[in-house]
Design a protein around this ligand. Structure first.
Ligand SMILES: Nc1ncnc2c1ncn2[C@@H]1O[C@H](COP(=O)(O)OP(=O)(O)OP(=O)(O)O)[C@@H](O)[C@H]1O
Ligand SMILES: [Mg+2]
Length: 260
């Protein structure tokens, strides 16, 4: 059972109207690993995560999460996963602690109060726990959102751009949390546009570009993909950014204009 990948994606396709977004995505995520799905705006990262978390149906191909098919066994998949979406899914009217209690009750964990308080402590939200979320900063919301996704200890966690919009300190806190989770054996698939984030957190990095995974491996394996001519002009160890740009076919001299 330990050799079964936690996430197995085979030939996944998805179009919106007649615009193809995923054109045959293959990816295998070993159980207990952290994999970063890296791609530019609109590459299809959120689409992929939504299919894996059963929020969206693929057009073709298949995906298994924790041994269950997302199309035919969505209930079992949902019981094995947690998703922190790109946009925080916290209830503004409730306090931070009430948000945690609500999810703890929905997931039927024992001792909801204790679980909520432990998570508030772990995420540095103890003082804010009694305040309404509408008064939280973006970083506090994001931390609460991730804390909520950890209730019930799901074996597989999807984090869609977990640190977008966070200040450097909040980002470090989220990174620490993800590392802790990985240390406890949780499988994490995170999407990011931050190359440093992928570099910092991921055991393996998959680059999604034009609907396919065009490169996948450890940072060292991806570094080895750089054409020798590129390496020649790079004095230090090439950064993931240089690898990314080389792999997607940019020479790095042009600026990506895809930000909305
Ligand atoms: N519901 C939808 N209807 C039509 N097109 C959509 C829909 N959702 C996404 N798209 C399109 O599909 C493409 C992939 O979107 P997706 O949100 O998966 O990208 P992403 O990699 O998560 O991007 P970002 O980094 O900006 O979050 C984009 O071109 C987007 O405009
Ligand atoms: Mg997205």
């Amino acid at each position: 059972m330990t050799t079964t990948p936690a996430i197995e994606i085979v030939g996944l396709t998805k179009s919106y109207a007649d615009t193809p977004v995923l054109r045959g995505v293959h990816l295998s995520v070993p159980a207990g690993s952290v994999v970063a799905l890296l791609g530019s705006n609109g590459a299809g990262k959120t689409t992929t995560v939504q299919i894996l978390s059963t929020l969206l149906r693929a057009d073709g191909g298949s995906a298994r999460v924790h041994g269950h098919d997302v199309a035919t066994e969505p209930e079992q998949v949902r019981r094995s996963i947690s998703l922190t979406g790109q946009f925080a899914a916290v209830d503004e009217i409730l306090t931070g602690r009430e948000n945690l209690l609500l999810i703890a009750q929905l997931r039927r964990v024992a001792d909801t109060g204790q679980v909520a308080d432990a998570l508030l402590t772990q995420f540095g939200l103890t003082d804010a726990g009694g305040r309404r979320v509408s008064a939280y900063s973006g970083g506090m919301r994001r931390r609460l959102d991730i804390a909520m996704s950890l209730i019930g200890d799901p074996p597989v966690l999807f984090l869609d751009e977990p640190t977008t919009g966070l200040d450097p300190q909040a980002r470090l806190e989220v990174w620490r949390t993800v590392r802790d989770l990985a240390g406890r054996g949780t499988t994490v698939l995170l999407t990011t546009q931050h190359l440093e984030e992928a570099e910092q957190l991921a055991d393996r990095i998959a680059i999604l570009h034009e609907g396919r995974i065009i490169a996948e491996g450890t940072l060292a394996e991806l570094t080895a993909l750089l054409p020798p001519a590129t390496v020649e002009y790079v004095e230090k160890q090439p950064s993931l950014e240089e690898i990314f740009l080389a792999v997607i076919g940019h020479d790095g001299s042009t600026t990506e204009g895809s930000r909305p």
